[in-house]
Each structure stands twice: as structure tokens, then as C-alpha cells.
Design a protein around this ligand. Structure first.
Ligand SMILES: O=C(O)C1=C[C@@H](OP(=O)(O)O)[C@@H](O)[C@H](O)C1
Ligand SMILES: C=C(OP(=O)(O)O)C(=O)O
Length: 440
């Protein structure tokens, strides 16, 4: 690998990858820890908080809303305002590039009776819909005004909320979390019905904070809380970031890697299960799904032993999509190297991420020599046993930048990634970490 000009980085074909890698802290859990810390009554200590652009936006937002954030070398302490006493804010709160911040925070702001808050972000955020959270929050009593009824910048005016039962039109952990957050201050219980399971970090963290929260089948019910009391939160490694090293380890011949301290929560390990089904060698202690009625308490972690091997194509079904949503671009890459066809179905949500990840993954990988077709709700890849290489543009999307890097290491001719700096959104040390595994 040689660094190019500006944000352009070239990833040459790797001889093999060897050694161990510690993925960065979990982005989803870090966002939630900062937001709930900012609304807690007692100080919350967060260990291994993700230091990346998205999660810095969240800490900054909580500071703007009145929390005191103290950064130490090993931990962050957040002294919150309580659930209903956020400060008044002049001007918009900047969510940067963070969709999770933009969609979860309104659930907490909706409880700030009589106060208005405007959220805005970068060019990518301005294209991402917020009506999915505005609809249930309005039903609970908050007022929301969005640009073109759908997009940021948007303004939330808090109110005394009422509990509702809300069936999610799409499986989205962000919408689920937003409604559960609003339920913390609503009169009466709030129930969210999920079409299929999605990541459950919010449920686990709220239960740990002493909130009354129950799951029965696809229904999650929260009742209002006077306060949140969270003590220490230790954030595990991010399985979505770990997935890039895992894919590289499986695809680059003769590789053998240890991925240390990755989150093993069942709702986040769909990618590893898909990869194992394709024949990929990834060994670790993955959590089993929770039994009915249970909210597991602790976020489990595992080391993952990864080795190069051959792959066969697979079909990713709609119910698997939320459990691997951010890793689906990597499934497309794996499909290029697998025997036969790899199909992803029911993943239209990919079109609403930092970029349209169906269109750009298909265009990007095709430009590197892949046989891949977009469908309305996913893609179909025909494996050719490898990938030629070339140039790929991240379009400011961190997952596309890292996809290009892994493609380069596994390709025949190497890949130039234009806009590699986008990786800083979730994984600022990605290039250093992955290249430290190179052995020629
Ligand atoms: O709740 C979360 O932390 C996230 C949920 C997912 O989004 P959706 O809920 O929109 O599917 C995921 O893509 C995103 O990266 C993080
Ligand atoms: C979609 C993502 O995040 P967010 O929605 O928080 O921007 C992601 O990290 O891939």
C-alpha cells in the first residue's frame, strides 16, 4: 500500500494477512452511551468510547444540551441533565454525518416540554429521511417540522408525551430506539412492534439503567421512568468494523488473523453467520438469540479466529438483513470470490444510508471487474473467483471506502480508493490497522 495524494490511497494485492487486530469501539453502543449518559441523573463512566467523527458529534450534542463531558485517558465521564431538563440551544445542533444521532436524539428531545431544537448535518445527512421518526413522535404529542416534510434540517418541539403502540413499517433499530427513548417520559406504556429483530443495544442499556422494559415476541414495551441510573458502560469492539478485517482474512490467500474483543451480540453477528454459511473459516463464541421475554443484560464479546478459504455463494433473506445491514456491501465483495451466485434480498434500506449503498456498491465493484447486478431491494453477484482491481470512489461513505481497501488487498491488480478519509466516521485508524497485518 502506498498513500496517494490527499485522501486517495492505493491498496496493492496483499501477500497474506497475519497477526491480530483490535477493532475500534462499537459505534452504535457509543452513541447510546453518550445520549443516555447525557440524560442520566448520576455521572456515567464510559470505557472504550469510540473516538470517531460520528460519536464525537454525539458527545458534542450532549454537551450542547447541558451535559458535562469530561474526557480522561481511559474513560469519559458524562454528567447528565436528567430526562426532562436539557438546556435551551441557540441555532441548530450539528449531527455531522451520523444518522444514528439524527434519528435517536429526537426521542429524547421530544420530552423537553415547550422547548424547540433544530437538527442539521452534512450533505449526506440532508438526503436521509427523518419522517420515519417524525411520524411516531407526532403521534406521541411532539411537533416536528422537516424540510420538504422529510429531511433535515428539522425542528422538534417537545411536549408532554403519551404512550403509543407503534408497528415499525421497516425493521430499523434507529426508529425503534427513538420511540423507546420517547416512551421514557410518556404517560402510559409505549410498545414498539418489530417486523423482524434488529440490534437490541437500546433495550439492553435501558434495562441496565433500571427502566421497566419487556419483550414478548416481536413487541417491546417500555414504561416511563423518573430517572436513568447507569453506572459504568464498557463498550465492546464493533462487529461492523471488525467485518472488514474478517473479510480480508478470508479473501487474501494464506491469511490467518485473530480479531480481538469484537462484540458478539446475536443481533450484530449476522455477517459472521452468513460468511460461515458461505464456507468462511471464522471461529468464535457468538451469542445465541435471546429466549422469548428476555432482555440480555451484558454486551458479550469474543475473539474471532479467521483463516483464508474458498467460498460458495448464498442467498441472504430479508429477515437476516437487519442483523448484517452495514456489512452487506462486504457480502457483495465476498460474492465476487465465491463459487456460484450470491443474492441479497429485502435490503432496500441500503438505499437510505450515507449513500445509496445498492447503487454505489454495484457501480463500485463493477468498476473493479465484478459481475454484479442491482435489484430494487439488493443485488445479485456472480462469482468469478476473484476481482481485477481499479479505482473506486467512496462518495464520502465510510463503508464504501473500507470496502474498496479490502477489495484492493484481495484483488489481482490493486485498488485505488478515492476519498479514503471517509473511514474516520467509524474507524479512523482503519488504514494503519489493516496494513499492519500485511506480510509479503
Ligand atoms: O441503531 C443503530 O445504531 C443503527 C441501526 C442501523 O440503521 P437503521 O435502523 O436505519 O437500519 C444501522 O444501519 C446503523 O449503522 C446503526
Ligand atoms: C448507516 C450507518 O450509520 P448511520 O446511520 O449512523 O449514519 C453506518 O454506520 O453504516
Amino acid at each position: 500500500m502506498t498513500a496517494g495524494k490527499g485522501t486517495t490511497v492505493r491498496f496493492d494485492p496483499a501477500g497474506r494477512l497475519k497477526g491480530s487486530i483490535v477493532p475500534p469501539a462499537d459505534k452504535s453502543i457509543s452513541h447510546r452511551a453518550a445520549m443516555l449518559g447525557g440524560m442520566a441523573t448520576e455521572p456515567v463512566v464510559i470505557r472504550n468510547y469510540l473516538e470517531a467523527a460520528d460519536t464525537t458529534s454525539t458527545l458534542d450534542a450532549m454537551g450542547t444540551l447541558g451535559a458535562i463531558v469530561q474526557r480522561g485517558p481511559d474513560e469519559i465521564v458524562v454528567r447528565g441533565t436528567g430526562l426532562r431538563e436539557s438546556s435551551e440551544v441557540d441555532g441548530p445542533i450539528d449531527v455531522g454525518n451520523a444518522g444514528t444521532l439524527m434519528r435517536l436524539l429526537p426521542g429524547l428531545l421530544a420530552s423537553q416540554e415547550g422547548r424547540s431544537y433544530t437538527l442539521d448535518g452534512d450533505a449526506s445527512i440532508r438526503k436521509r429521511p427523518v419522517d420515519r421518526v417524525a411520524i411516531p413522535l407526532r403521534e406521541m404529542g411532539a411537533s416536528i417540522e422537516a424540510t420538504d416534510e422529510r429531511y433535515p434540517p428539522f425542528t422538534i418541539t417537545g411536549a408532554r408525551l403519551r404512550g403509543i403502540e407503534y408497528t415499525l413499517p421497516v425493521a430499523s433499530a434507529q426508529v425503534k430506539s427513538c420511540v423507546l427513548f420517547a416512551g421514557l417520559t410518556a404517560d402510559g406504556p409505549t410498545t414498539v412492534v418489530e417486523p423482524v429483530p434488529s440490534r437490541d443495544h437500546t433495550e439492553r442499556m435501558l434495562a441496565a439503567a433500571g427502566v421497566s422494559l419487556h419483550r414478548e415476541g416481536d413487541r417491546i414495551t417500555v414504561t416511563n421512568a423518573d430517572e436513568l441510573v447507569l453506572d459504568t458502560i464498557t463498550v465492546p469492539g464493533d462487529p461492523s468494523s471488525a467485518a472488514f478485517a474478517i473479510a480480508a482474512g478470508v479473501l487474501v490467500p494464506k491469511s490467518r488473523l485473530l480479531v480481538k474483543g469484537s462484540g458478539a451480540n446475536w443481533t450484530r453477528t449476522g455477517f459472521v453467520r452468513i460468511l460461515q454459511r458461505m464456507g468462511g473459516v471464522v471461529l468464535g463464541e457468538l451469542e445465541d438469540p435471546a429466549g422469548d421475554g428476555q432482555i440480555p443484560g451484558v454486551e458479550p464479546i469474543t475473539d474471532l479466529d479467521v483463516a483464508h478459504g474458498s467460498l460458495v455463494g448464498t442467498v441472504v433473506e430479508p429477515h437476516e438483513v437487519p442483523l448484517a445491514i452495514d456489512e452487506l456491501p462486504l457480502v457483495a465483495l465476498l460474492g465476487c470470490f465465491a463459487e456460484g451466485e450470491t443474492v441479497v434480498r429485502g435490503a432496500e434500506e441500503l438505499r437510505f444510508k450515507e449513500s445509496d449503498r445498492i447503487a454505489l456498491v454495484v457501480d463500485g465493484l463493477r468498476g473493479l471487474g465484478a459481475e454484479i447486478e442491482a435489484t430494487e431491494d439488493g443485488f445479485v453477484v456472480t462469482g468469478t473467483g476473484g476481482l481485477r482491481g481499479g479505482t473506486i470512489e467512496s462518495h464520502g461513505d465510510h463503508r464504501l471506502a473500507m470496502l474498496g481497501a479490502v477489495a484492493g488487498l484481495a484483488s489481482r491488480e490493486g485498488v485505488t480508493v478515492v476519498g479514503m478519509d471517509a473511514a474516520a466516521v467509524s474507524y479512523p485508524t482503519f488504514t494503519e490497522d489493516i496494513t499492519a497485518l500485511l506480510r509479503r
